[in-house]
Every structure is written in C-alpha cells, then in structure tokens.
Design a protein around this ligand. Structure first.
Ligand code: CP
Length: 313
C-alpha cells in the first residue's frame, strides 16, 4: 500500500494497513542507526522544523536525530526565544515557517487539535508530536514497534495501560493503534482518572492493578502529569503508589516475561518502582532507541506523499 497523507496527526484516522506501513518502514530504517556512518540521503535537501510549545526531551531530540539520519536540515524553534513570546499566533508562525520554504513542521502543543488546525492552514507537512490530551501518535507507534520487536506480533496480545488515562495522549494513541492491530487493551487507574465512556474505544476498564497485570503480556505505565492541574482528581502520591504503582512485588504475580514500558519521563517511586524501571522486564530505553526509526519512517512517508501531491498537481 502507498502512503498518501501529507500529515501525521493521530492514529484514530489511520487504517490498519497505514499503521503497518509505518512499522515496516521503521523496520527498514532501524539498521541505519547501527552503521558506522549513521546516515542515508532520503531527505537530502528537505528542511524539518521542530516547533515545540511544551517541554520535551525524548520526542524533540528523537525527531532531530531522525531527520539528521535522513540527511534533512533541522531547525529547532524554542518558543521562549522566538516571536511566539511577542504574541504571534500558531497559524502565523506556521505560515512564516512555510514562507521560509521548510518542508515539515513537527509540532508539540498543549492544546488538543493544534496540529490538525495547523495542518489545515499550511500546505507543507505537519507531524503531531503531542497535542494536549488528544494524541501522541509517534509515541504509540514506537511503543507498538517495540512490542512487535519483542513478541513478534501485536494481534491477540493483552496490553494493560496503567495510570493517568484521563489526561494521557499516549494512552489514546496506544488504544487506537493497538486495537486496530488486534490487541486486547485494558486501561487501569483510580476511577477518577478514567475518562467517561472509554469502553467505546474497545478497551476493558479496571481499577484493580492486580487484575490488570494478571494475564498481561505487556504493561505500559503512564506518567502522572503534575503540570496539567490534576486538582482534586489526583490521589495522594503515596496512596497512588500503594494502590497502582508497578512494583517488583506486583510483577511476581504477573507473567514471568511481562514487558514493562513507560513513555517517559518517569516519576520513580510514584507510578513505577525504580528497580522495575531499571529491571530485566523493562524495555524503556529500547523504546527511546526505537523512536528514531519510527520517526525516520514518519518523516520519510509524509515527505514522499508531499512530493506525490505536488507532482499530481
Ligand atoms: N515520551 C515523551 O513524549 O517524552 P518527552 O516529553 O520528553 O518528549
């Protein structure tokens, strides 16, 4: 199948085949990072702009590394030292980046829908690097890529997503991606951190961590997002750790080879015990490494689609 979208905005809008195409393209790019010269000319002459309105370590650096491995030029816009500080709107900033002849904008924004809004207003490609509580598609793709690499398939896997589901774009993108590929997803959290009607997304819901871990092939542990004004919805940190924290003791009752994932950054001792984050079941740093190949695939596919759209007039 051919990729025909100029943008990657979320996994909700993608079909199974499109997700599989990104994953198989990422598989072929993964080898590039193990070469002595970690570069291919696929995006030579293209310019990628990282436009991040929220803090990021993994996603921003990973997109920059991915773009450079594809030989693209990369520009990072720090909102603190740009004209965004003077009140420039997102659409005006995007229009100016387009006027500067960039080819792809990678955007992270605290407003749900910001990436889609920008994509409607510019002709160049837009890649969503996380918008509010809505979606973080490349995080879910790298999570799924890592699971597939470890277990060989996604269909039929039991994956539990544990933590602050209500405020999590990572949870939403994982649910869309995993269910489209045939995994059985359970979300587990205190009731106040489960969004209403989440069952309509095709997931099971539990507020018992032992039940959620019992038969799971993998657990994806979400970060508590203290920066998002959790207010009265959030139980005390110690109480949360006691009832929902992923600990060595709890993993003893799970499948021996359960895969432990976390999108990062980790709050050690709040959602996950330090020894589990660093332990034998953890693939947390492998997720980060796989993020490069997945983002290379996404940048490559949207750039290719843009060329096809330009060619067809
Ligand atoms: N997982 C993730 O999005 O991490 P960053 O916020 O550091 O990019």
């Amino acid at each position: 199948m051919a990729w025909i979208r100029k943008d990657l905005l979320g996994l909700e809008e993608l079909g199974k085949e499109e997700i599989e195409l990104i994953l198989s393209t990422a598989e072929s790019f993964k080898e590039v990072s193990s070469r002595e010269i970690k570069k291919v000319p696929a995006l030579r002459g293209k310019t990628v702009v990282n436009l991040f309105y929220e803090p990021s370590t993994r996603t921003r650096v990973s997109f920059e590394v991915a773009a450079k491995r594809l030989s693209a030029d990369v520009i990072n816009i720090a909102t603190e030292s740009s004209s965004i500080k003077k009140g420039e709107t997102l659409v005006d900033t995007g229009a100016n980046i387009e006027a500067l002849k960039a080819d792809i904008i990678v955007i992270r924004h605290n407003a749900s829908g910001a990436a889609a809004m920008l994509a409607r207003r510019v002709n160049i490609s837009v890649v969503n690097a996380g918008d509010g509580w809505h979606e973080h598609p490349t995080q879910a793709l790298l999570d799924i890529f890592t699971l597939k690499e470890k277990l060989g398939h996604i269909s039929g896997l039991k994956v539990s997503i544990v933590g602050d589901i209500a405020h999590s774009r990572v949870a939403r993108s994982n649910i869309w991606g995993l269910t489209k590929l045939g995994a059985q997803v359970t979300v587990c959290a205190p009731k106040m951190l489960i969004p209403p009607e989440i069952e309509k997304m095709g997931v099971k819901v539990s507020d018992n961590i032992n039940d959620a871990l019992k038969d799971a092939d993998a657990v994806n542990v979400l970060r508590m997002q203290f920066e998002r004004d959790l207010g009265t919805a959030f139980p005390q940190q110690l109480e949360y750790f006691k009832n929902f924290g992923i600990t060595e003791e709890r993993l003893k009752k799970a499948k021996k080879n359960i895969i432990v994932m976390h999108p990062g950054p980790i709050n050690r001792g709040i959602e996950i015990e330090s020894s589990v984050a660093d332990g034998a079941n953890s693939v947390i740093l492998e997720q980060v490494t796989n993020g490069i190949a997945v983002r290379m695939a996404v940048l490559f596919l949207v750039a290719q689609a843009q060329e096809k759209i330009a060619f067809s007039g």
